[in-house]
Design a protein around this ligand. Sequence first.
Ligand SMILES: NC(=O)c1ccc[n+]([C@@H]2O[C@H](COP(=O)([O-])OP(=O)(O)OC[C@H]3O[C@@H](n4cnc5c(N)ncnc54)[C@H](O)[C@@H]3O)[C@@H](O)[C@H]2O)c1
Length: 334
Amino acid sequence: MGKTPNGSRPQNKLVAVTGGSGFVGSNLVARLVDDGHQVAIVDLATPAPELAALPGVQHRRADLRDYGETLLALRGVDTVYHLAGNASGTLSVERPRFDFQINGLGTCNVGNACVDQGVRRLVYMSSAIVYGTPQTFPMTEEHPIAPFLPYGASKLSGELTLRSLHDALGLQVMIARSFVVYGPGEDPRTAGGEVSQFLRWQLNELPIPVVGDIDRKTRDFVHVSDVCSALITMAENGVPGEIYNMGSGREVSMRGLADAVAVATGKPSRLKPDESELADSFRLVADISKLRGIGYEPKITLAAGLKSLAEHLGPFPELPSVTVAFSREPAVRA
Ligand SMILES: NC(=O)c1ccc[n+]([C@@H]2O[C@H](COP(=O)([O-])OP(=O)(O)OC[C@H]3O[C@@H](n4cnc5c(N)ncnc54)[C@H](O)[C@@H]3O)[C@@H](O)[C@H]2O)c1
């Protein structure tokens, strides 16, 4: 819903974005405000002051692990975008119960509260992590489901719960399986995506650490602006109960990304390969035909997205401090 031809705003509707203080959520809130909506940010964390100050934005602080708080936060809402959760695979390995409490129980609470509050449409941001190790290239939504991380299992439990609420209670939910998102607003202390990580090392004029096989490890990087368009397209045109891959549909290797980073910054990149962890050295790329079928088309090329992100970050941005872990030794109980 954009502005009408004469420039006036269309009929306002109250839309909630859970996780609206986070990376993807804050970008989505800004887009929805621009489209003329009133937006409730449902998040434990306080939104950035410039986001909270946008017209029609309110912060409804809630811990989605608590059903009473969730129910109150979604009162009077027409459409919910459910983005709140743990987005870190590493954290899910370190603290699986914490990961499940927000991604599993929290998502169940959001779905149930949508039913109880008569919310019209719900879009859930799941992850391609639910597929596990890719068996086919590119991956369609029919790809087998075999998550290898607690994070994948908890996101899948959220999907299955919401689909059961669709089947049993008529919840109008659409599920987005997101590939790797990048763009302004990522927290370098928690975000694991390679695009902003590579760029941050490069902008500090330091070698770029590359975990895994530099050529065999490929990803589908999608700009957060395209992700916002995809989520809104799903809310407007998606078929309830359906799952949609959300990506760019383009394959980029770690070497290809480093080359693109060099072009975007106008300086050659130096790489520091680390092949000690090869668990995710696979091709992970979305087939986005299904999402295209309801009107989505990614617009931001990696070259353009990198250039604008480099400008946004400026020289010498904070360095990434995320560790990559796919397993750990179990703690010994006394
Ligand atoms: N960033 C990516 O590349 C990516 C890829 C695939 C899927 N996803 C999914 O997209 C969603 C958003 O990701 P992001 O990168 O913006 O994450 P983020 O960590 O930046 O934001 C998550 C938000 O959820 C909030 N939150 C966490 N626990 C909460 C609770 N108990 N109650 C209320 N709010 C709570 C946090 O305060 C935070 O603002 C996540 O669900 C993630 O699993 C992200």
